[in-house]
Design a binder for this molecule. Structure first.
Ligand SMILES: Nc1ncnc2c1ncn2[C@@H]1O[C@H](COP(=O)(O)OP(=O)(O)OP(=O)(O)O)[C@@H](O)[C@H]1O
Length: 305
């Protein structure tokens, strides 16, 4: 295994405010590494330090075997970077903008820009300053991918993309990883990281809360259950649901029809017994939702203590 990114006790302070504290990460070549955390957790700060836009206050940092502050432009060409806010005010067209960046990025294979633009359905003739947020994001993604860099560092890459484009982006990430490119991406959306990443680091308030492979972290061991159940009385339903050890916060809400009830609860752990118990009733509606990130992180704290 080749380590492409390594940080040790990485810390960034702004005056007395600690944005990132003591972060230790390792990213292996060819893997997809997800950095996840709520707003303000420190994700952007970590990614900016990797590409030397900002410099650490303390700690060590190695990217592609180099120290970013010493490596300079040559190393930047080996990296594709998508900043968190793709802010473009240029009058030039998307195509001209990309051609300009391509000169800075080193070798860009012929047709690569067109191929990516077609894939992401971006009209490159429009001035970049007139592009919508989603289309600016596409332009940002194209400039990150077009020189087929060894390492892609993508800050909230799916922000502004519609679900179809998000799926296309995830396919691009998988393809990149399959040919040995390494991808580090940040997100505050749990399901996205779970689909895309092999390994994940969870940040909260500048600290590393957990890290490891996606499966072992079990970030979604809690889920929210909602069901509308017909042909039963509240007491029977409540008794049966309370008896399930996987369910917490069981509430039965009345509806205008006294044989129809709305059930809400939290599922913790194995979903199978819950689904089987529910199946003995007549279900009118059923939803199982992933918890929001804050909840998952709180749950993770509780489980790791
Ligand atoms: N230039 C700066 N000066 C002062 N504080 C900063 C600066 N940049 C970031 N911070 C603070 O550092 C913390 C981490 O910010 P960061 O942008 O890295 O979080 P994030 O996880 O990327 O959040 P988001 O998802 O909202 O972008 C926040 O509390 C932020 O206010």
């Amino acid at each position: 295994m080749v380590t492409v990114v390594e940080t040790r006790a990485l810390t960034k302070r702004y005056g007395r405010h600690v944005a990132v504290q003591n972060i230790g990460l390792q990213v292996q070549r060819g893997s997809v590494f997800g950095l996840i955390g709520p707003n303000g957790a420190g994700k952007t700060t970590v990614l900016r330090m990797l590409v030397d836009i900002i410099r650490p206050t303390a700690g060590e940092l190695s990217v592609l075997g180099e120290t970013p502050r010493r490596a300079g432009a040559a190393m930047r060409r080996r990296i594709g970077y998508l900043p968190g806010d793709v802010n473009l005010t240029d009058r030039v067209s998307g195509r001209m903008f990309l051609q300009h960046i391509a000169q800075l990025s080193g070798v860009v294979a012929e047709h690569k820009i067109d191929q990516l633009a077609e894939r992401l359905e971006l009209d490159m003739t429009r001035p970049v300053r007139d592009l919508s947020k989603g289309n600016r994001q596409k332009l940002g993604l194209i400039q990150a991918f077009m020189h087929e860099p060894e390492l892609l560092i993508l800050d909230e890459p799916t922000s502004g993309l519609d679900p179809l484009m998000q799926r296309e982006f995830l396919a691009m990430v998988r393809e990149a990883s399959s040919v040995g490119q390494t991808i580090v991406l940040s997100s505050h959306i749990l399901s996205e990281i779970q689909h895309a990443a092999d390994d994940v680091a969870v940040l909260a308030q500048g600290r590393l809360v957990a890290h490891g492979d996606v499966a072992s972290l079990r970030l979604t061991s809690v889920a929210r259950l909602g069901a509308v159940i017909a042909d039963t009385d509240a007491l029977t339903l409540h008794t049966r649901m309370q008896a399930l050890e996987q369910l917490e916060d069981v509430h039965i809400h009345p509806t205008p029809d006294d044989r129809i009830h709305r059930l809400t609860a939290t599922i913790r752990g194995d979903m199978d017994p819950v689904v089987k118990a529910l199946a003995t009733f007549q279900i009118r509606d059923l939803t199982v939702e992933e918890p929001d990130l804050e909840e998952s992180i709180i749950d993770l704290y509780a489980r790791t203590k």
